[in-house]
Design a protein around this ligand. Sequence first.
Ligand code: GLA
Length: 382
Amino acid sequence: MIAENIKEKFLSTFNSKPLIVRSPGRINLIGEHTDYNEGFVMPAAIDKEIVCAIASNNSNKCRVVALDMNDSFEFDIKNFNKSEKGWPNYILGVIEQFQKRGLEVMGFDCVFGGDIPLGAGLSSSAAMECAFTFGFNTLHNHNLSKLEIVKISQAAENEYVGVQCGIMDQFASVHGLADQIFRLDCKTLDFEYYNFILDEFHLVLCDTQVKHSLASSEYNTRRQECEQGISILQKHYKDINSLRDVSIEQLIKHESEFNPIVYKRCKYVVEEIARVIDCCDLLKKGDLIGFGKNMYKTHDGLSKDYEVSCKELDFLASKAEASDMVIGTRMMGGGFGGCTINIVKNEFLDQFNEYMMAEYKKELNLELKTYMVKIENGTSIL
Ligand code: GLA
């Protein structure tokens, strides 16, 4: 449906036959704030996506229509600057990366849109970057590997958009597989898929509908705090490069040398990396209940030790956990707003949505949105 609307808009606006690319948003089951610490994450691509229709136009002119925003943007492929509108920077950033690598991108026409809720922590920006990287790669036969597509997309976000994100979101958008989650080793970039077919459960996201302005500054602060922790430990252990290389015993041994806040941050990361490994073993044994218990611990750590939660997320996680309708819940993504992810028992699906919406309204006087998500394939051509 989305793809048809986009194609129709493209055909009525531009006089050519487009390539249609889709790239999905992501969830993360466990392994939060571990990607930039070279740890493990366990994400998946979902059935919410960005779709873009794109065709070269044999000029230097680029014309982009953002269908959902009822907006458009034009620029010269050989001479462009950051846009104040915001959204064009995801495209400009990708083009800049191609150009930095000496890969040609010619003028193009494009219409894009999608159904990933913005600001909900489902990585609509990563999906957009990956859709365009994939699109330019295909249009110009650059033969980039999936990993290069991920890296170009992440670099666009880091260098042009200016968000120091890790690699998880773009990796998940490109490498997702239907009904599978994967464990990504953010140190080696090796990954392994795990079946995630839930007979008795559904994945439901509860969208707080808030995004506190602290999100990006605190994200960068957390990265620095982790760096500080590493430099303390490096004085004692020469082979430590990141928190991935640190054991909880090493951390405890040197606690007195740490500022207490930095210590809490590092403790959370080291524990979270261990939880992902544990969750993989549990999945192999089919123990989803055990998996869900780790999710509760992750939320607790993100809230109390890493301090990236907020009252809305804490409220939703605590209500869900106390309700008996879920086997796991936690805040998901960078924090300070966005969604909680919940593994909800099938028999309570309707009741869960109604209950959470009503409680959220009653306690915080805010509207809650819920999304039942399916795990889907990563970036592809339609
Ligand atoms: C954001 C970033 C990711 C990751 C998560 C936290 O989504 O873009 O790289 O760090 O936060 O796990």
